[in-house]
Design a protein around this ligand. Structure first.
Ligand SMILES: C[C@H]1O[C@H](OP(=O)(O)OP(=O)(O)OC[C@H]2O[C@@H](n3cnc4c(=O)[nH]c(N)nc43)[C@H](O)[C@@H]2O)[C@@H](O)[C@@H](O)C1=O
Length: 353
């Protein structure tokens, strides 16, 4: 798909723009010459770390998703701009932290989404697409009694797709599922051209090291042991540039009212993921041979652990031509390289939980 022709001069509004995936999306949009508007938290320091090199090329709107007035004010920038696109990526996105800050998680993820949707209606904006980023965590654990509702691959693996039943097992996952439904409700009730994207784990440069990939890399760069929690869960790990392309494909070619699931298309246990990262780092001389220690005190409540899953991305592929491009080894190499060259963004500041 030619992303250039679809985005040049198009007004685009991004929430969560200073976050990990959001900042990569902003980089791409600036490169594609879109008219980029970002909505970011009004923090006391006013720092915009991840998009600090783009600030003169984008319009910055400060506010809080939980404050409808600030959402209205920011979104009014799209008034009179036909065919604009909204990417809603802002969220309290850490599963473990959603148990530590449950009210804030629900408030940001559910009320924040509601405020945005309602604001589009109140301002009567002429948008072409509203993409709410959901998450594979909405599938949660595939329980024995749910198996009859699932589809399977020939090799017996559970196939996760738009048709699969959900079973969120954390405050985070439940709040994201509610946000998905609200997004679809606004399509059905008001005809808003919404889509929901349910993406699997992204990794790459600038990701906060509290997620598994950065937790492994930053410890390996700094010391000889890598302390982790439960390494049995399996995940589909998708490099961030592929994740971002997916959002763009769906925004340009997806069908309003529909949901799109995507990921790398292969699962890997967190033990194998850690082993592969350490192997790649050794190969490129970032470290010698750190030892992995699994610590039961770091296990999470309600951690989703889909034993044998396969992510089906047929729908997004058939409708928009998206498929992943970056291999695990290449994505890991680029990610280690970023952490190694940007110690200022994590060194001495990581709480390796
Ligand atoms: C798609 C989804 O992806 C992410 O959610 P997540 O899968 O919970 O991500 P994570 O990197 O925190 O954990 C991955 C797995 O690894 C296990 N694990 C073991 N030991 C450590 C450890 O030491 N740290 C962390 N963080 N995880 C560990 C942990 O228990 C879990 O089973 C978010 O981006 C979320 O926003 C999202 O939407």
């Amino acid at each position: 798909m030619n992303l250039d022709s679809g985005l040049s001069n198009r007004s685009v509004f991004v929430t969560g723009a200073d976050g990990f995936i959001g900042s990569h999306l902003v980089d791409r949009l600036v490169k594609l010459d879109a008219d980029v508007h970002v909505f970011v938290r009004a923090t006391s320091s006013g720092e915009l770390n991840n998009i600090r090199y783009q600030t003169d090329k984008i319009s910055i709107h400060r506010g809080d998703l939980r404050d409808k007035h600030s959402v209205d004010k920011a979104l009014s920038a799209l008034e009179g701009h036909a065919d604009s696109l909204i990417f809603h990526l802002a969220a309290q996105a850490h599963v473990g932290e959603s148990w530590e800050r449950p009210y804030e998680t629900v408030d940001t993820n559910i009320n924040g989404t509601l405020n945005l949707l309602q604001s589009v209606v109140d301002l009567d904006l002429e948008i072409a697409k509203f993409d709410t980023a959901g998450t594979s965590e909405e599938y949660g654990n595939v329980k024995e009694e749910m198996l009859e509702k699932h589809e399977f691959e020939e090799d017996g693996r559970v196939l996760l797709s738009e048709r699969s039943p959900v079973n969120p097992t954390s405050v985070y996952a439940t709040s994201k599922l509610a946000a998905d439904f609200l997004t679809m409700n606004y399509h059905d009730a008001y005809g808003l051209p919404t889509v929901t994207t349910r993406m699997f784990n992204n990794y790459g440069p600038r990701q906060n090291p509290r997620y598994i990939t950065g937790t492994i890399i930053t410890q390996a760069l700094e010391r000889d042991i890598v302390e982790l929690g439960n390494l049995t869960p399996k995940r589909d790990m998708c490099y961030v540039s592929d994740g971002v392309r997916g959002h763009l494909h769906v925004a340009l070619e997806g069908t309003p009212g529909e949901q799109y699931v995507y990921g790398y298309g292969e699962n890997i246990s967190m033990q194998e993921w850690a082993d592969t990262i350490l192997e790649v780092g050794t190969e490129y001389d970032y470290w010698d041979a750190p030892e992995i220690i699994q610590d039961e005190d770091r296990f999470r409540p309600g951690d989703s652990d889909v034993e044998e899953l396969l992510v089906g991305y047929e729908k997004i592929n058939e409708e928009t031509g998206w498929e992943p491009e970056v291999s695990w080894r290449e994505g890991i190499r680029r990610t280690i390289n970023w952490y190694a060259n940007n110690p200022d963004s994590w060194y001495g500041r990581v709480d390796w939980r």
